[in-house]
Design a protein around this ligand. Structure first.
Ligand code: MG
Length: 383
């Protein structure tokens, strides 16, 4: 029996994780749940799965959750770190953005393995997070479809035999759009992802390709690869989830329908596989063809920005992550056009160049200051 704590239980990854757990009650259980603002769904999940504790983001929602769960023995707080410290075998980190950093560190310090969907944690502080994991003997498992694919392709192979890994990207809703069309794109256009059902922040990151840039950073830390050995290919069908090229010139790819429950089940049960017989089968003959193309960094500068900050190191990745989070929110609120999302990040990065990040406090400082700088850049229309 494997007990799972979920950070972000009411979001897209969180609800799908619970769906997988619910199918295998004799193998998987819920230790703790942390949610943001979806109070009623958290209450419903807590009643169904009976965790030892839950957390809700806002103080004002605490009485409602306490009241609904009174008499159940479930502890209720506003501290996701308490959920991360629960008696679990695995913490599924599925918060959005920088909110996940502290609870993930907390889980690792307790020696608990972490399945990471919240890629911003590694973007912000990859080196520090990996050092904490090593120090406390905890593992970080991938929970991002591309990285779960690479994990499977690498299994049983010596690191020295890997020439490079190739992350696939659907290209998002604007794959074929011109720069003029991109400048006019609305939040509704950007939220209409062709293949994957996801939360709004990651869907916008997919449309700008920032998500893929973040995934390059994620791969760099998860698999200890030099950035030069991580490539990106646009693959509009989202059937090949990623590939590895070996030193003898042979390639391995992992294929499947684009459904997050498959990589979630893999990561929860690793090294075993859970049967998911009711998911639609992959029908390659019906698809007929799979397509691949090189990403266009001129139209999607976010991918280039991500590579630049990875090379720059220090606090630059945390600065990019924070500026991007603010810019995406501004775009979703209709305050800046789509093409300014990357421009805001670029402006903020220029102002914070050379910043170091020797410890977690420095990362959090960089995060705070980059957010303030991004708000200023948006208000002043400088980017
Ligand atoms: Mg992904």
């Amino acid at each position: 029996m494997r007990h799972v704590a979920i950070l972000g239980s009411t979001g897209s990854i969180g609800t799908q994780t619970l769906e997988v757990i619910d199918r295998f009650p004799d193998r998987l259980g819920v230790a703790a749940l942390a949610a943001g603002r979806n109070v009623e769904l958290l209450i419903q999940q807590a009643k169904q799965f009976r965790p030892e504790c839950v957390s809700i983001q806002r103080e004002q929602d605490l009485p409602r959750v306490r009241d609904a769960l009174s008499g159940t023995g479930i502890r209720v707080s506003t501290d996701p770190c308490e959920v991360a410290r629960a008696d679990a075998d695995l913490v599924v980190a599925a918060f959005v953005g920088s909110a996940g950093l502290r609870p993930v560190i907390e889980a690792l310090r307790g020696g608990t393995d972490v399945a990471l969907a919240n890629k911003e944690v590694l973007v912000m502080a990859g080196e520090l997070v990996l050092a904490e994991a090593r120090r406390y003997g905890a593992q970080i498992r991938p929970l991002d479809s591309e990285h779960v694919a690479i994990h499977q392709c690498l299994a049983g192979h010596a690191a020295s035999s890997v020439r490079r890994v190739v992350l696939t990207a659907s290209g998002g809703p604007f794959r074929g759009a011109t720069l003029e069309e991109l400048a006019r794109a609305t939040p509704e256009d950007a939220l209409a992802h062709p293949n994957w059902e996801m939360g709004s922040k990651i869907t916008i990151d997919s449309a700008t390709l920032m998500n893929k840039g973040f995934e390059v950073m994620e791969a760099r830390w998860l698999f200890d690869l030099e950035p030069e050995r991580i490539d990106v290919l646009i693959h509009p069908e989202s059937i090949v989830h990623s590939l590895v090229e070996f030193s003898d010139g042979s390639w391995l790819a992992q294929l499947g329908i684009p459904d997050m429950r498959v990589p979630i089940a893999y990561t929860l049960a690793m090294p075993e596989r859970l049967p998911l017989p009711d998911l639609p089968p992959l029908d390659l003959a019906a698809l007929g063809a799979l397509h691949f193309e090189t990403p266009d960094v001129a139209r999607f500068p976010a991918l280039g920005l991500a590579r630049d900050v990875l090379a720059a190191g220090g606090a630059a990745p945390a600065v990019l992550n924070a500026a991007n989070e603010v810019a995406v929110q501004a775009f979703l609120e209709g305050r800046i056009p789509f093409t300014r999302i990357a421009a805001v990040s670029e402006t903020v990065l220029e102002g914070q160049a050379g910043r170091l990040a020797p410890d977690l406090e420095a990362v959090m400082d960089a995060d705070r200051e980059a957010r303030a700088a991004a708000h200023r850049a948006i208000e002043e229309g400088r980017a």
